[in-house]
Design a protein around this ligand. Structure first.
Ligand code: RB5
Length: 149
C-alpha cells in the first residue's frame, strides 16, 4: 500500500509526525507538501492528494489542515473519494469498517501527535466490513454519478 500525504502550513508539524509513524510502520508514502511554514491555500494541496486517490493512482491519502474541515470539504468533492475527518480512534475505526474511507483527514491544530499516531495506526489496520455497508456505498456512488452527469 502507498499513501499520499499532504497538508497546508497549519498541518505541517503534524504531517511530519505522521510521516515518522509511516516510516515506523514500513509504509511507502509520498509527500505532496507543503514543506514550509509560509501561509498557503489548503485546496492546492488537498487537490493533489485527493486527485490521485480519485483517479485510483494511489490507494489511500492523508490530508491535514488546521481544523481538518477545509481539507475534508475539498477532498469530498472528488469522485470516488471518501474522506473522513477523525479526531479520535473510534471514528477512525468506524470510517474504515462502515464507510471504507480512502482518505483520512486530521486537524493539525486540535489534536496532538500521540493522538494522531493512534488514529493513523487504527485507520490503516482496520478493514472494510462490506455487507450492508457496501449497499450504502453503492448508493453514494449512484448519487455521485447523477451529480457528475
Ligand atoms: C489556515 O489558517 C486554516 O484556515 C486551514 O488550515 C484550515 O483549518 C481550514 O479549514
Amino acid at each position: 500500500m502507498k499513501i499520499a500525504i499532504g497538508s497546508d502550513h497549519a498541518g505541517l508539524a503534524l504531517k511530519n509526525e505522521i510521516i515518522t509513524v509511516l516510516k515506523e510502520l514500513n509504509i511507502t508514502w509520498e509527500d505532496f507538501g507543503t514543506n514550509s511554514d509560509e501561509s498557503v491555500d489548503y485546496p492546492d494541496f488537498g487537490e493533489k492528494v485527493a486527485g490521485l486517490v480519485s483517479d485510483g493512482k494511489i490507494e489511500k491519502g492523508i490530508l491535514i489542515c488546521g481544523t481538518g474541515i477545509g481539507m475534508s470539504i475539498v477532498a469530498n468533492k472528488f469522485p470516488n473519494v471518501r474522506a473522513a475527518l477523525c479526531c479520535e480512534t473510534y471514528s477512525a475505526k468506524m470510517s474504515r469498517l462502515h464507510n471504507d474511507a480512502n482518505l483520512l483527514v486530521l486537524p493539525g491544530r486540535t489534536i496532538d501527535g500521540k493522538t494522531a499516531a493512534e488514529i493513523v495506526k487504527e485507520w490503516l489496520r482496520t478493514p472494510f466490513e462490506g455487507g450492508r455497508h457496501q449497499r450504502r456505498l453503492d448508493k453514494i456512488k449512484a448519487i455521485e454519478s447523477r451529480l457528475c452527469k
